[in-house]
Design a protein around this ligand. Structure first.
Ligand SMILES: Cc1cc2nc3c(=O)[nH]c(=O)nc-3n(C[C@H](O)[C@H](O)[C@H](O)COP(=O)(O)OP(=O)(O)OC[C@H]3O[C@@H](n4cnc5c(N)ncnc54)[C@H](O)[C@@H]3O)c2cc1C
Length: 376
């Protein structure tokens, strides 16, 4: 049963309330249009501060700080915006269906414009499958426990999550034999070569055993989260023994939902969502549907700040349409096209690629490390 709409305003809906939606939301709140309100539909009850998950999988005491409640995001002004805790199960041309009844809407929310910001799925603990704060804390504590008990943990994948995790473990437990297996001959290929050299050097100093250029054979169903003898094999036949294997590879775009409405807008091979430079999905049948963030196919590095900027372009264009503009008036997203990153390698060291001082440089310094608070 759908309750009567208490506000005459029409809806702009976002699927997902993470980085792609957050810049959009903060701008919206500053200057909400008089005709529309923003409805963020998010299956998680709390914004997940993923940036600290690798550290919080090893060290305890700040897990609670990494889950920020969505309730109150709009200051309880429902005519400006509202966060609905639910999973979207289907998208139609002008409404979405939910997996549960929610106050005011029931199981269906109508929209004039949609932002698709459903992100990607990566293995835990990079992102967590949990939907509540309590579940999230519990999963992080499970990781802390198995890592504490393990003597020879193996981390598979030298992307940002794997690098951070390996460094955190070795810093907290110097006596453990920590192995990091990476498929390429260098780390962070989208960044400057020197970022790789700094990273390699810091991990070496910490005592992490780094196995480069080896692609791991992944058992079906992945590796169990338990401490027991495990042999990890690689495509070239190398065998690495340990007692715990943690996967830090594999990113799957959450595009299936949109693909059911508009198969045309999803790349069949990569599964990323194809967008026009206006951030509209690449399907002329749905000019009022936009997408931004990790889920889209784009040359931008998949980071929170790019998701944020892309979301802002989508917002600017949606506001134009709300204010009577035509689809021909929409502005293109202009990427800064610069890959920036800061990777904490334990609590004392970090590497970063920055343009804060003008030119783009990669640095690996204890200053960078010490300037990062414990909860990141
Ligand atoms: C460990 C780690 C460290 C990182 N460090 C940095 C960093 O230092 N700097 C940086 O800029 N970036 C960093 N990133 C990358 C950054 O987190 C991502 O680029 C960013 O989160 C992408 O935001 P997004 O909104 O596109 O997608 P996501 O963050 O993936 O969010 C998508 C949201 O959509 C929700 N959702 C999906 N499907 C549905 C549905 N059907 N119904 C309802 N809700 C749904 C999900 O629950 C999720 O909350 C890091 C990532 C990780 C994992």
């Amino acid at each position: 049963m759908v309750a009567a709409n208490p506000t005459p305003k029409r809806n702009v809906v976002s699927i997902g309330a993470s980085s792609a939606a957050m810049g959009f939301t903060l701008s919206w709140k500053e200057n909400p249009p008089s005709t529309h309100r923003l409805i963020l539909i998010e299956v998680k009850t709390h914004y997940n501060w993923v940036y600290a998950f690798p550290r919080a999988s090893v060290k305890s005491g700040f897990e609670r700080e990494l889950f920020i409640p969505y309730a109150g995001l709009f200051g309880y002004k429902d005519d400006v915006g509202k966060v609905v805790t639910a999973r979207v199960t289907a998208i139609h041309k002008n409404y979405v269906e939910l997996d549960r009844e929610v106050p005011e809407f029931g199981t269906r929310i109508e929209f004039d414009y949609l932002l698709y910001g459903a992100g990607t799925t990566i293995p835990q603990p990079g992102r967590l499958l949990s939907e509540t704060k309590a579940e999230g804390i519990s999963i992080l504590k499970q990781y802390q426990k198995v890592i504490r008990e393990s003597k020879q943990p193996i981390i598979i994948g030298g992307g940002a999550v794997g690098l951070e995790l390996a460094a955190e473990i070795k810093e907290e437990y110097p006596d453990k034999q920590v192995t990091l297996i990476h498929s390429r001959s260098r780390y962070m290929a989208r960044y400057k070569q020197s970022l790789d050299s700094f990273t390699y050097g810091i991990l070496k100093k910490l005592g992490v055993r780094q196995v480069m250029g080896q692609r791991v054979n992944l058992p079906e169903g992945g590796f169990p989260l338990e401490v027991k003898p495990v042999e990890v094999t690689t495509k070239t036949g190398k065998k690495i023994q340990g007692d715990l294997a943690i996967l830090c590879i594999g990113m799957t775009p959450n595009s299936e939902l949109l693909g059911k409405l508009s198969s045309k807008s999803v790349n069949k091979q990569t599964k990323f969502v194809k967008v026009k430079d206006t951030m509209q999905i690449d399907d002329d049948e749905y000019p009022h549907i936009f997408a931004a963030g990790d889920v889209i196919e784009h040359t931008d590095v998949k980071t929170g700040h790019f998701a944020w900027m892309q979301g802002l372009t989508a917002l600017a264009n949606i506001l134009k349409l709300i204010n009577g503009g035509s689809y021909d008036d929409l502005e293109p997203y202009v990427s800064k096209d610069v890959a920036l990153i800061k990777i904490a390698l334990g609590e004392k060291e970090a590497v970063m690629q920055t343009n804060a001082w003008g030119p783009l440089v990669a640095v690996g310094t204890w200053i960078a490390g010490r300037s990062i608070p414990r909860n990141l």
